[in-house]
Design a protein around this ligand. Structure first.
Ligand SMILES: NC(=O)c1ccc[n+]([C@@H]2O[C@H](COP(=O)([O-])OP(=O)(O)OC[C@H]3O[C@@H](n4cnc5c(N)ncnc54)[C@H](OP(=O)(O)O)[C@@H]3O)[C@@H](O)[C@H]2O)c1
Length: 297
């Protein structure tokens, strides 16, 4: 398949491009910056539709573009986080719908932030959205992707969990304090963390792209979410450091403002759609995933 990947210059993009190439596809990059040695088409999602030439002959699209969420949520940052997703996705869906020969599938990044903070409740794709800034952003993001359904394109919002990889995301932020022996639980530690190894995430994006039986949203998380207390304990053991210095919720709120809800919120998400479609996770156990990621090169 010829696959266009937007926002591929970021943390997940490199892994997804590699997984696509390994599965025999021909990826191309669509965004403001190139990635790897793949064909590159410039597109600024904040100002224009993607150029027609970038989408010509494309069988599938994986849409990753979006302003980083892990920053202090000032009024201006919220605007960028929401608008980059809402407007960029709307423009992409419009351009796809206008193509004479349309791609079959759009796999569009979303996030488990869709569900809001839900305590111990197990969350499959059938669970309702939560309330607040992140759920509302995800609702809008998914709705704009689904605009492409009217043109006969299968749209699969990928509700991505906490992606574990060395080069970016949550693990890269958590590692320095843990390696320094000053890691510990965040807040009460009872909040659920729905994690996924970055290579499983990349394989799952490809799986959803090629499997026409997958309809609708897909939770991109491992089948074994853990509490933050458990996560901290296993991460400490993996780096052979103590992990008993808790960071109280109020300190996180002082540091990060409202964005602290990303680490204090509880989401016990299950990958029901992926498992029902027959996806096989390589990493279903946190300790194995962390050991794999933190093995010396
Ligand atoms: N990593 C995770 O754990 C995680 C979890 C849940 C959801 N997600 C979602 O999955 C997608 C990819 O994640 P990632 O970790 O690879 O993100 P990332 O490293 O921040 O990369 C996203 C890409 O989006 C583009 N971008 C950045 N700011 C933008 C803006 N203001 N307007 C338009 N495009 C912008 C950039 O590409 P160019 O500069 O090349 O255009 C950037 O490389 C994101 O939408 C993210 O919200 C990720």
């Amino acid at each position: 398949m010829h696959v266009a990947v937007t926002g591929a210059s970021g943390f997940l993009g490199g892994y997804i491009l590699r997984a696509l190439a390994q599965a025999g596809h021909s990826p191309r990059v669509l965004g403001r910056r190139a990635a790897g040695a793949y064909p590159f088409f410039h597109w600024d999602p904040s100002s224009s539709l993607p150029p027609e030439s970038a989408l010509a002959g494309v069988d599938g699209v994986i849409h990753l573009s979006g302003e980083p969420v892990a920053q202090r949520w000032t009024r201006e940052a919220r605007r960028r986080i929401l608008e980059s997703r809402r407007d960029g996705t709307r423009r992409l869906a419009e351009a796809l719908s206008r193509q004479a020969v349309r791609p079959r599938t759009l796999v569009s990044a979303s996030a488990i932030g869709f569900y809001g903070s839900r305590g111990d409740e197990p969350l499959t794709e059938a669970a309702a959205a939560g309330t607040g800034f992140l759920p509302e952003t995800c609702i809008e993001w998914e709705a704009r992707a689904r605009d492409a359904e009217a043109a006969g394109i299968r749209v699969a919002p990928l509700r991505i969990g906490i992606v574990l990889g060395k080069e970016g995301g949550a693990l890269a932020k958590m590692l320095p304090p843990f390696r320094a022996g000053v890691g510990g639980t965040l807040g009460s530690g009872s909040q659920w963390m729905s994690w996924i190894h970055v290579r499983d995430l990349a394989r799952l994006a490809e799986f959803v792209l090629v499997n026409d039986t997958v309809q609708g949203a897909v939770n991109a998380v491992s089948p074994a979410p853990v509490t933050n207390r458990e996560f901290s304990k296993i991460l400490g053991q993996t780096v052979h450091r103590p992990a008993f210095l808790p960071v109280p919720a109020f300190a996180l709120k002082l540091l990060f403002g409202e964005m602290a809800e990303v680490v204090l919120g509880s989401q016990r998400v299950l990958p029901q759609a992926a498992m029902q479609a027959g996806f096989r996770f390589e990493f279903t156990d946190l300790r194995t995933a962390l050991t794999d990621l933190l093995r010396p090169a």
